[in-house]
Write a protein that binds this ligand. Structure first.
Ligand code: ASP
Length: 350
């Protein structure tokens, strides 16, 4: 048994880059530094009552803050390792991250930090901290408050007043401040006026939380193109699927199929998928529809997927499916264990 969090310990804020901390450079916005002083200046502009509701925090800046559009699974691994190294001394963690690949990082952290016993809250902003009308200060303030909520024991994303399960999120808007959705799961919490509220009964199941059993495998081999994402289009040919999946460096694939789980009635295409799964590649299918789940076999057109050994990702997001494939393929598991774990909800991702 590990001791639970010391509720008086400061929150740890980890700054990884993203628009929130960006400043104008000669070629446009780039990640800025000195985030601690900048955060304090921004939070000091909040009404006194909101300032008083914020916890004490310490700030850690990653070595090289980035635009998250350059993030790779190696960055996910480094970030999880950083949290694992520091979390014990903090009541909760807030991660400041770019919005473009925030949902991917959030999904990956959920798999790496399984069983976490305190809040890990990711946030970012659509406009930099110092920009007029920026959403950054409010997002950081909300994230800090959710990070001091001991009942929350999971990786979550706080954005525009909503708290969403990290591995259920998707970036949904390019400009709007309410940029994230959790298409297949209701929010875990929300800011209501000046209070942050957690909805009872929406947290992880008891066996999925509160007892850290982190899995921190080396993602480097997989980060070299080991998992691909392939969305079908009308007229897709078997040779095109072969071109992706036939390469021996590819060990897994996210397949985005039609509607409730259908693909073209093309034996050559199904053959290409069957060949790849026969070689031990982990293939998982989800729907191109943003809401709802796939269920193979409702239509004859979907039967080919299960015959080809493709796993159902049910209602998982593409981001969570990809991150889970990377996570499972990075571990020394037997193929049947990998397939079994893929189909098991590990952190409320399905
Ligand atoms: N390109 C930025 C990033 O993802 C966008 C943002 O943070 O909103 O780092």
């Amino acid at each position: 048994m590990t001791a639970g969090p010391d509720l008086d310990a400061p929150i740890l804020v980890i700054y990884t880059g993203g628009t929130l901390g960006m400043v104008q450079g000669p070629q446009g916005l780039t990640p800025g530094h000195d985030i601690e002083a900048r955060l304090h200046r921004a939070l000091a502009t909040l009404p006194p009552a909101r300032q008083a509701s914020l916890p004490a925090f310490e700030v850690l800046e990653t070595e090289r803050p980035i635009d998250s559009s350059s993030a790779t699974p190696r960055d996910w691994q480094a970030l999880a390792a950083l949290v694992a190294r520091h979390y014990r001394r903090h009541a909760g963690i807030v991660i400041l991250h770019g919005t473009d690949t925030l949902a991917w990082t959030a999904s990956s952290l959920a798999f790496q930090l399984q069983g976490i016993d305190r809040p890990v809250i990711l946030t970012g902003a659509m406009r930099p901290l110092e920009a007029e009308g920026s959403d950054a200060t409010a997002n950081v303030a909300d994230a800090l408050r959710f990070a001091m909520t001991p009942r929350l024991k999971e990786v979550a994303l706080c954005f525009a007043g909503q708290l969403l399960r990290g591995c259920r999120t998707r970036k949904w808007q390019t400009q709007d401040a309410a940029a994230f959705e959790s298409p297949n799961l209701a929010p875990l919490g929300e800011r209501v006026d000046d209070e942050v509220v957690l909805y009872p009964g929406r947290g992880l199941a008891d066996h999925q939380r509160g007892a850290p059993r982190f899995e921190l495998p080396d993602y480097a081999p997989l980060a070299a193109g080991g998992v691909v994402r392939l969305a079908l289009w009308p007229g897709i040919e078997a040779w095109q699927v072969e071109a992706w999946l036939g390469d021996e460096r590819v060990r897994g694939a996210v397949l985005e199929v039609w509607g409730g789980g259908n693909l073209p009635d093309d034996p050559a295409l199904i053959g290409a998928l069957a060949r790849a799964s026969g070689e031990g590649k982990l293939l998982a299918a989800l729907s191109q529809c943003p809401r709802g789940a796939v269920a193979f076999g409702d239509y004859a057109a979907g039967q080919g997927l299960s015959d080809a050994g493709v796993l159902s990702a049910e209602d998982m997001t593409p981001e969570a499916t990809f991150a889970k494939l990377v996570h499972l393929l990075a571990q020394p598991l037997e193929e049947h264990e990998r397939r079994g774990r893929f189909l098991t909800p590990l952190v409320g991702e399905r």
